[in-house]
Design a protein around this ligand. Structure first.
Ligand code: DP6
Length: 350
């Protein structure tokens, strides 16, 4: 152990948006099918952890502050997570953690924050591990991805910038269920300037969480077919990303988003997360695309909000379309603009 008490790690990490969706899991937080996402540049969690040496702790001990206020709900979620990961981070047995976390996007804006939150947390833990034990992980980001996954599956795709694949795929050599990998070297320049305008159709907590949604796949009559189609869509998207074929990209990504919500509606305990305004926005996007033939498309995560994706060359037209035709469907007129992000940053000495 090196002598530097307290130890401090401070990382910011972005959220990501899935193009082929992770929906359904098996075993210890492993995906039932591979998924592909890109990292956002503007939906970020910053986390700082101070680790203070304290002997003879039977339990992991933390103080958690979200946006400078104590947050017992988040604190117990993080405690449960740390209890699992202490098998790797054994020094948690004799260090107390003081954790401060904040988001660049407003709390409960409906933007999924577990991806950025668990990614930032896992990066801090890997960083502290090296500081406290003097042991460095041979592949730091892969390790962080692995432990981010344990907190929230989609978080494992947030430890790198650009395009990422999580889950074993026969076509990609280093792909793994245990952690995500970056696939930028197989992505055509046509896709390197994508933007994602997140239209906040509904803020606030969802009626069914993603974790509950994943569990419902266990009894789902279409589960096996879904996993097969998701594997096929992964292979197809990998070749589309390589070829640069944007029209094929549009068809596949929209079909994936609609299939995700169709699975929710057809589960043994059905549920619906989209709202009338979600459908109104999708109709508008299709109408506008038919009229203009621009490269724009939507995807959805597990909620009512719409991710409007387009290529940067149409940015002005797309932003005018948002302001003139879509903002009225957004709660309090709220929307967030993102480009493809570069990934996490160590901000300890920034
Ligand atoms: C629809 O990663 O939030 O956004 O692993 O239970 O934390 P847990 O679920 P989570 O699920 C994300 C589901 C999704 C699709 C995706 O991001 O791939």
């Amino acid at each position: 152990m090196t002598e530097s008490n307290p130890y401090i790690a401070s990382w910011q990490s972005p959220s990501n948006i899935a193009l082929v969706k992770y929906w359904g899991k098996k075993g210890p937080q492993l995906p039932a099918n591979p998924s592909i996402s890109f990292t956002l540049d503007n939906a970020i969690t910053s986390t700082q952890i101070e680790a203070i040496h304290s002997e003879n702790q039977n339990q992991v001990s933390i103080e958690f502050y979200f946006e400078d206020a104590k947050n017992p709900a988040f604190e117990s979620k993080i405690l449960a997570y740390l209890d699992i990961v202490r098998s790797e981070f054994y020094w948690l047995a004799n260090h107390q953690l003081i954790i401060h976390s904040k988001n660049t996007f407003p709390h409960s804006s409906g933007i999924a924050s577990s991806a950025s939150a668990f990614s930032a947390l896992a990066l801090c833990l890997c960083d502290l591990h090296a500081q406290i034990t003097g042991e460095t992980f041979p592949n730091f980001y892969e390790k962080a991805s692995h432990w981010a996954r344990i907190g929230s599956g989609s978080a494992c795709r947030s430890v790198y910038g650009g395009f990422n694949l999580w889950g074993h795929s026969n076509n990609i050599l280093n792909s793994s269920d245990l952690h995500a990998i970056n696939i930028d070297e197989n992505v055509h320049d046509n896709f390197k300037t994508l933007t994602d305008t997140i239209l906040i159709v509904e803020k606030g907590k969802k009626s069914v969480s993603s974790t509950q949604g994943h569990a419902l796949l266990k009894e789902h009559p279409f589960a096996q077919l879904r996993y097969q189609l998701a594997n096929e869509n992964t292979n197809q998207l990998l070749s589309i990303l390589k070829s640069g074929e944007i029209k094929d990209f549009i068809g596949l990504v929209e079909a994936e988003a609609l299939m995700l919500h169709a699975l929710m509606m057809t589960s043994p305990t059905p549920f619906i997360l989209i709202k009338p305004n979600t459908l109104a926005v999708l109709e508008k996007i299709w109408e506008f695309r038919n009229q203009t033939d621009l490269n724009l498309l939507f995807t959805l995560d597990a909620g009512a909000n719409v991710h409007l994706i387009s290529t940067a060359e149409h940015n002005e037209q797309v932003q005018n379309f948002v302001k003139n035709e879509l903002v009225g469907y957004c709660q309090n007129g709220l929307y967030f603009c993102n480009a493809i992000g570069q990934g996490p940053k160590n901000i300890k000495n920034a």
